[in-house]
Design a protein around this ligand. Structure first.
Ligand code: MN
Length: 715
């Protein structure tokens, strides 16, 4: 592409008029230009030029690839938010939402510090990649912006030149390549090389110049020869000599080739109207000039992943010189030069370009999948590794091209085709030969994946696969299986504990309870709850307690505290007066547990002193001869006694008993749950000062709504 430098609007306008026919659109663009010119008035670029020259040239670069009017307007305005304090609202009011959005997006990308720390650069690159998935025009605009900045890079310091050049090669030219925008990509590459490795660059330029006359002569001669054959067969055509880009020569030299070994220094491009004519031209050329067998490529039948189509062949031409000849239609040429940027038209409100990209560009799909990567760094690295670095092209048995990073294996291939193919892969056949799964695929391999629907991936594959895409898919297969196991285990653990605690599973798992549990634990759903239970990140009791919260947890604490604890009797020696006897051992009967104020009677045991019962105790009824009169002394000491409490349900009863107790002068000594079946009965042993307080306490308990009865227990 010849480089045109634009100094005024007229030059741009002339170019625009060649493909934008709508007057209104042209007026809008002029309006944008005048606005930008006014806003940038007085500003200079480092090169010393008026600032407006930059947006003007960016717009011109875009007009060369026939960008739509909105993109051209946005190009003219692209630095006004950043450099002129114009707000996006003002742009929206003047030029509409679409233009203001484009400018806003490009401003966001540009604002990020390119030469900053690694993190900032990565964040920046992520935005570029993700931004592309939203509106690819932003990236095309960015590429044009970058191209003009690279053209004027001479004005910057050497460090900034190298930084910019490196970044251009690192991220922008690979993107331009994937988008098929060859015209911009190629110039960006050459400019980058010039600043990054000036010595290499100028060596190549020098060598090309030295051989130029000779090469030009060969090319002209060859063009005439080919043209003659095609005219003889009435094929309307055009032929152009093609100069190879300096950067692509550098790449070949870098791979160890010598200058003389580079075949396609002599290159022609033949343009015809139809696809059929392409093959016809190929046949005619081959019938006159012998082709090098392995150098023939049919990118018409099998387009490159960036939609590029052409026939390529290398022949022994005049004087045995090797010529590379590319044959394509005009339509194919448009795509070959501008790729995705040859689809500016709109369909039903959606840019044709965006949908072309979504449907046809493999790298777009990979970026979309990798978008979910957790860290920015990993995302950017993965995109670079999986789709932006050196790639190979391999084929499915049906001839579809799959583009993969260098070093990819059949595993990567299978997962790139489809997750299902990867997950059920049992083997691979490359060029009709069975290969191991760690086989490194090479350019043009034809790869067939054998699958079995019952087969599953091996964990080992994660180490064999090259692409993050394949690794992620294998990992997610295993995560899914592990998750299923955890889920089942979690469900089982919870149900078991519910059963143990005699909580009906169905009522516990009411939607109300589930909401409460996952809300409390900040989970998304029941799924996540079970998985966390199954992986022991949470215990079933923690979950159950969320519902039974205050009551059961505290209940348990009380029960655990008091379980099996023996009732310790106070020293009662002075508390009970035994009629007629001064010094005798006195016990309180454990069957009826009398308290001060109870009518009591003493029972003379054999060798164990006197046991004091309540008169109402049935155990003393028949023992008259051994009974002895006893009575309470004036004591303030608390004595234990047991109550039998029946209730309707167990929900809050224990809690209420406990709270009623703490409000009184009574202490709970122990609680036993005697519940069986639907019956809720508790044996509560309390320490109480006297009968009066006990009666009041029992009354209070009786007031608790779910309590059916409160009785003193006699065993
Ligand atoms: Mn700019």
């Amino acid at each position: 592409m010849t480089i045109t430098k634009v100094n005024g609007f007229e030059q741009l306008n002339k170019k625009l008029k060649t493909y934008i026919k709508n007057e209104e659109e042209l007026n809008e663009i002029e309006k944008a230009y005048l606005f930008a010119k006014e806003k940038h008035n007085g500003q200079k670029r480092i090169s010393g030029e008026d600032y407006i020259v930059h947006p003007l040239n960016v717009a011109y670069i875009l007009s060369e690839i026939h960008a739509d009017s909105k993109t051209i307007s946005a190009a003219l305005l692209h630095d006004t938010i950043e450099d002129c304090d114009v707000t996006k609202e003002e742009l929206e009011n003047r030029f509409g939402l679409e233009v203001s959005k484009l400018v806003e997006s490009i401003t966001k990308i540009n604002k990020l510090n390119f030469s900053g720390d690694n993190e900032a650069v990565i964040a920046n690159q992520r935005k570029i990649l993700v931004g592309m998935t939203e509106d690819v025009r932003v990236i095309i605009l960015k590429l044009a912006d970058r191209l003009h900045n690279m053209r004027t890079l001479w004005a910057l310091s050497e460090k900034r030149q190298k930084d910019n050049a490196k970044e251009t090669l690192d991220i922008f030219t690979p993107i331009a390549h994937r988008l098929g925008i060859n015209s911009i990509k190629s110039e960006l590459e050459d400019l980058s090389l010039r600043y990054l490795k000036p010595d290499v660059y100028y060596q190549i330029v020098e060598k090309l110049n030295k051989t130029k006359v000779e090469r030009d002569n060969y090319i002209v001669e060859m063009m005439e020869s080919v043209s003659k054959i095609l005219n003889e067969h009435d094929i309307k055509h055009e032929i152009k000599g093609r100069s190879k880009s300096i950067y692509s020569i550098y790449k070949k030299l870098d791979k160890g080739k010598s200058f003389n070994e580079i075949y396609d220094l002599l290159a022609l491009r033949v343009f015809v109207d139809t696809e059929a004519e392409c093959y016809q031209v190929l046949g005619l050329i081959h019938s006159k000039y012998r082709p090098i067998p392995k150098r023939f490529k049919d990118y018409i039948a099998m387009p490159k992943t960036n939609m590029y189509q052409s026939l390529h062949t290398t022949i022994f031409g005049i004087d045995g010189q090797l010529f590379e000849i590319q044959i394509r239609t005009y339509e194919m040429d448009k795509v070959a030069e501008n790729g995705i940027a040859s689809h500016w038209s709109y369909k039903e409100g959606k840019s044709n370009m965006q949908s072309e990209m979504e449907q046809k560009l493999q790298f777009f799909r990979v970026i979309m999948e990798l978008k979910n990567e957790e860290s920015e760094e990993h995302f950017v690295d993965s995109v670079k590794e999986d789709v932006l670095k050196d790639t190979i092209y391999v084929f499915t048995p049906l001839g579809d091209v799959i583009e993969l990073p260098n070093g990819s294996t059949p595993i990567d291939f299978a997962y790139r085709v489809h997750s299902k193919v990867g997950d059920t892969m049992i083997g691979a056949i490359v060029n009709n030969t069975i290969v191991p799964l760690d086989y490194k695929l090479k350019d043009n391999d034809i790869v067939k994946i054998n699958t079995n629907k019952n087969s599953t991936p091996s964990k080992e594959w994660i180490n064999i696969a090259k692409t993050t895409q394949a690794k992620n898919k294998i990992k997610s297969f295993f995560n899914k299986t592990v998750k299923e196991d955890y889920y089942n285990k979690g469900e089982e653990l919870l149900n078991k504990e519910l059963k143990r605690r005699k909580i009906p599973i169905n009522s516990f798992l009411s939607s109300e309870n589930i909401d409460k549990i996952i809300g409390e634990l900040k989970y998304n759903d029941l799924n996540e709850l079970y998985i966390n239970l199954g992986s022991s990140r949470i215990s079933p009791n923690q979950v159950i307690n969320i519902i039974t919260e205050e009551n059961i947890t505290k209940e348990e604490i009380i029960l655990n505290k008091t379980k099996d604890k023996e009732v310790v009797l106070p020293n009662i020696k002075n508390d009970i007066i035994v009629k007629g006897i001064d010094d005798i051992k006195v016990n309180i009967a454990s069957c009826c547990k009398p308290v001060n104020g109870d009518r009591i009677v003493g029972y003379i045991t054999k060798g164990h002193g006197i046991t004091v019962h309540r008169m109402a105790c049935p155990n003393v009824n028949d023992l008259n001869e051994r009974l002895i009169d006893v009575k309470w002394n004036n004591t303030k000491k608390k004595y234990p006694t047991s109550l039998l409490i029946k209730s309707l349900d167990d929900k809050n009863v224990l809690m209420e008993i406990v709270s009623k107790t703490s409000n009184s002068d009574i202490t709970i000594e122990s609680i036993k749950t005697l519940t069986s079946g639907d019956d809720y009965t508790y044996q509560v042993t309390v320490l109480v000062e006297n009968k009066e307080k006990l009666m009041k306490y029992m009354n209070d308990l009786n007031m608790i709504s779910n309590i059916l009865s409160v009785e003193r227990l006699i065993k």
